[in-house]
Design a protein around this ligand. Structure first.
Ligand code: 26Q
Length: 817
């Protein structure tokens, strides 16, 4: 083992840290204190922290070569990790000393921390879940590698101009990324396109060779993900695409200068940009290329690690568990078969056994339009060998079913990997389900609905494959880092065990509830958090909100099924009540929205415009002054969420029942003491059960009522005609009240609500606004509110991602802790 001189290079007291920061500034950034920019200082601080992680990082690399361990490979097209610096300092236990060191250097620690650009390598819930999971895997000391794509441009930055979303390219690495280490020697060549040729090998076996059209190199970029104060580090290994040969001398010599680098440009497009759609982006060749690219690199890397450990490839399922984060990496099933059969010469049936033993598949959606499928011509032009393999998987699977259930042609056409109804498609959820040993949904309700709807046939065939693993979020980032004042209070009362053992420790808080002093401090902390958010909102939007008002917050991607417009209809109804009776006493509220719309999702973008239009009218109306304010907080992302969750009084979780697979924002709010107004959807159901009905504002139809209303021929007009306040609110939008008389602008929203209302906004309206009255009534009793807020926090133990990971270990990966 290498010996490192730790005293001067890695000292941990403030003086030594201070010197280390100066050294890094000088020797890594190449700047003197006189020349250093804010970014230079941030980089020097980041390298100082990274240096102190390096020993654990290298140890963990050594650990990967141990024969005894099983490694979790978490395959995900997205990892929304958020800023690293403060998180790393927390997990290494160096926040306090680093703070002192920075102050000694005349730096403002918060300013340095906020200098970091967040790697926005995900769209929302699914990508953030992957990040929470890697955090928990490290904290639980389970060896793991998160495999994904190092997008050069992550999710766009959102600006609001004239009330509209404008997308700005996310240039997150423009000033360098101190957290990653490039491993140029760790690369794989990935083939694309072309055709296949069959031949008989020297042992007389039928074999297939794939002759590609072109090849692209994937290079590993590693980032360390440290566990909480346990010296464990896991790897986030992201692949960047490069040209195999970045410069073509032949072209150059012939005078074609741009042609000489064409290859490079083309190859680099694969990992260039994250698709900003959190549903489907149907039929995009580049998207399928991205998926195959990172999957191929990742699987081959897993095999390399397996062989380097001196283990047999046949033992792969004992050496690795590979988890598919939705269908995005599900081409892995076919790629694993290709690697085993074509490249490692294992028989088909042995290879299939290995493949099924190694993969688990997590489903994140029931929306039929969001289920991934690829048109056959596109698929075969990009991955001709995989198409053959999928045909063979499908044939064997269907033959087996036909022999068990003869004559059931409809069943066969539903479960086939190939959709042959019209134009032919590959159904990725079917491939993932057939190729995995375990399939899970992400909340109890979602897992049940999966078995009843999209995967019902597979459930009937193999009920033992289906399990639930309810999502969770890491209390390190979502409480300790992003609500420091609350964290300090928690620790002062129940000790600091909750940070690493949230599930069992946080319940201890219940015993504090009768303590007047404690409740007082609790309220003060919320108030202070609200003041800080008010300041930030003022700075960013110029809107003034009152920290004494109820903060009613809905932050998440903008989607019709998430029903931001239901929230808006409530605001308009409240506004009308005040206009009708300007002396009306109401509980003052600040409605805060945040979230990005997919650039091509017309109605979602229009909803943003409507929020901003309502905000403008309401905020400028002297009649309602001091009672309601509406804010659209621009560019909701991990970094900005710091101020939002901790300041919320009320968490809006109002999706149509049966549509939100789990939700994870719902957990973040509750952990920070917000009460929830929500439907029986996703993990809300479990949050309600944990916190108790009396501490949760439940409204709306449940999933069964939603589906029966829809199958019975739902008539939104009926609700519109029979609810005066609802009719009035919609009529105002329709009349151009929020668009300077322009009746055209918001017509698509009005039409959608009145003609089809696919997400039952109108059906749930009256239940929602009645429930909101109860919210206001409770808020008027501040002490009761505070008690419920405390209970919400105390009862959130189950929603730590540590618990989720323990569930995966037990139910999916067969890892004993
Ligand atoms: C697929 C193909 C082509 C282009 C884009 C996509 C794509 C990208 C992202 C499809 C879906 C996503 C993201 C989905 C997502 O975030 N789902 C959320 O996952 C959370 C974690 O399980 C749940 O809590 C949410 O309920 C679910 O909506």
């Amino acid at each position: 083992m290498d010996t490192i001189q730790t005293d001067f290079r890695l000292g941990n007291d403030p003086k030594e840290l201070q010197q280390a920061i100066l050294d890094n500034l000088y020797y890594v950034q190449g700047k003197s204190t006189r020349l250093a920019t804010k970014n230079d200082w941030y980089m020097a601080v980041a390298y100082t922290v990274r240096d102190r992680m390096m020993k654990h990082w290298i140890n963990s690399l050594h650990k990967l070569s141990s024969k005894e361990i099983k490694i979790v490979g978490y395959l995900s097209a997205e990892f929304l990790v958020g800023p690293h610096l403060d998180n790393a300092m927390l997990n290494l236990g160096m926040q306090e000393n680093m703070s002192k060191a920075m102050v000694n250097l005349g730096l403002d620690p918060q300013e340095v921390i906020h200098q970091e650009e967040e790697p926005g390598l995900g769209n929302g819930g699914l990508g953030r879940l992957a990040a929470c999971f890697v955090d928990s895997l490290s904290t639980l000391n389970i060896p793991a590698i998160g495999y994904g794509i190092r997008y050069e441009f992550g999710i766009f930055d959102q600006q609001i101009r004239d009330g509209e979303q404008v997308e700005i390219t996310d240039k997150w690495i423009r000033y360098g990324n101190p957290w990653e280490i490039i491993r140029p020697e760790l690369h794989y060549i990935v083939k694309f396109g072309g055709h296949t040729e069959s031949f008989t090998d020297h042992q007389g076996h039928y074999s297939v060779k794939w002759i590609p059209d072109y090849e692209i190199k994937g290079v590993a970029y590693d980032t360390a993900i440290p566990g909480y104060k346990n010296n464990a580090v896991n790897l986030l290994r992201l692949w960047k695409s490069e040209a195999v040969e970045s410069f073509n001398f032949k072209e150059f010599n012939e005078g074609n200068y741009s042609g000489a680098v064409d290859q490079k440009t083309f190859a680099e497009t694969i990992s260039k940009v994250l698709y900003p759609n959190d549903e489907l982006d149907a039929g995009k060749r580049l998207r399928l290329s991205q998926q195959y690219f990172f999957v191929s690199c990742s699987l081959r890397n897993a095999i390399t690690i397996q062989l380097e450990r001196g283990l047999s490839i046949r033992d792969l399922p004992n050496g690795f568990s590979l988890q598919l984060n939705d269908t995005h990496p599900s081409i892995a099933i076919a790629e694993m078969m290709r690697l085993l059969v074509d490249e490692h010469h294992i028989t088909w049936s042995d290879a299939w056994e290995i493949t099924q033993k190694i993969f688990g598949y997590t489903n994140h959606t029931l929306l039929p339009e969001a289920l991934e499928k690829w048109s056959l011509p596109l698929f075969s032009s990009l991955l001709p060998r995989h198409l053959e393999i999928i045909y063979e998987i499908n044939k064997r699977f269907l033959d087996d079913i036909k022999s068990k259930y003869p004559g059931n042609e409809q069943l066969i056409s539903r479960i086939s990997i190939i959709d042959e109804a019209g134009e032919k498609y590959i159904r990725m959820a079917n491939l993932a389900t057939i190729g995995s040993h375990t399939v899970n949904g992400v909340s109890r309700l979602h897992s049940e609905l999966l078995k009843q709807s999209v995967l019902a046939d597979f459930y009937a065939l193999h009920p033992e494959k289906f399990v639930n693993v309810t999502n969770g979020v890491t209390p390190r980032r979502w409480v300790k880092l992003y609500n420091p004042a609350l964290a300090t209070l928690l620790t002062s009362r129940i000790g600091d065990g909750w940070v690493a053992n949230y599930e069992t420790e946080i319940t201890k808080l219940e015993s504090c509830i009768e303590d007047v002093e404690f409740r007082k401090t609790w309220k003060e902390i919320k108030k202070q958090n609200k003041k800080e958010l008010a300041d930030l909102i003022h700075l960013r939007t110029n809107i003034v909100i009152d920290p004494d008002s109820l903060y009613d917050v809905q932050v998440k991607r903008i989607h019709e099924y998430k029903r931001q417009h239901l929230n808006l209809l409530h605001i308009i109804a409240l506004y009308n009540r005040i206009k009708k009776d300007p002396s009306k006493k109401i509980v003052s509220r600040s409605f805060i929205f945040g979230g990005k719309a997919a650039p091509g999702y017309f109605l979602a973008k229009l909803i943003i415009r409507l929020i901003n239009a309502v905000a403008k009218l309401v905020n400028e109306d002297p009649d309602v002054a001091g009672r309601i304010k509406v804010v659209f907080f621009p560019d909701f992302n991990v970094k900005n969420s710091e101020w939002l969750y901790r300041a919320a009084d009320l968490s809006e979780q109002i999706s149509t029942a049966g549509k939100e697979a789990s939700g994870t924002g719902n957990m973040k709010f509750s952990m920070n003491g917000a009460l929830t107004i929500g439907t029986l959807d996703g993990a809300n159901v479990e949050i309600l059960q944990e916190v108790g009905e009396e501490n949760f504002f439940l409204f709306g139809l449940d999933a069964a009522q939603v589906s029966s209303l829809q199958s019975g021929g739902y008539q939104p007009g009926h609700f519109y005609q029979n609810n005066q306040e609802l009719k009035w609110a919609i009529d105002m939008i329709d009349a151009g009240h929020f668009s300077n008389g322009d009746r055209h602008l918001f017509k698509p929203i009005v039409d959608s609500l009145l003609n089809s209302d696919p997400y039952l906004v109108l059906a749930d309206f009256s239940s929602y606004i009645d429930c909101q009255e109860k919210v206001s009534a409770l808020y008027a009793d501040q002490d009761q509110w505070t008690r419920k807020s405390i209970l919400n926090v105390a009862r959130m133990g189950r929603f730590s991602s540590d618990r989720s990971i323990r569930d995966y270990c037990k139910k999916v990966w067969g890892i004993k802790l």
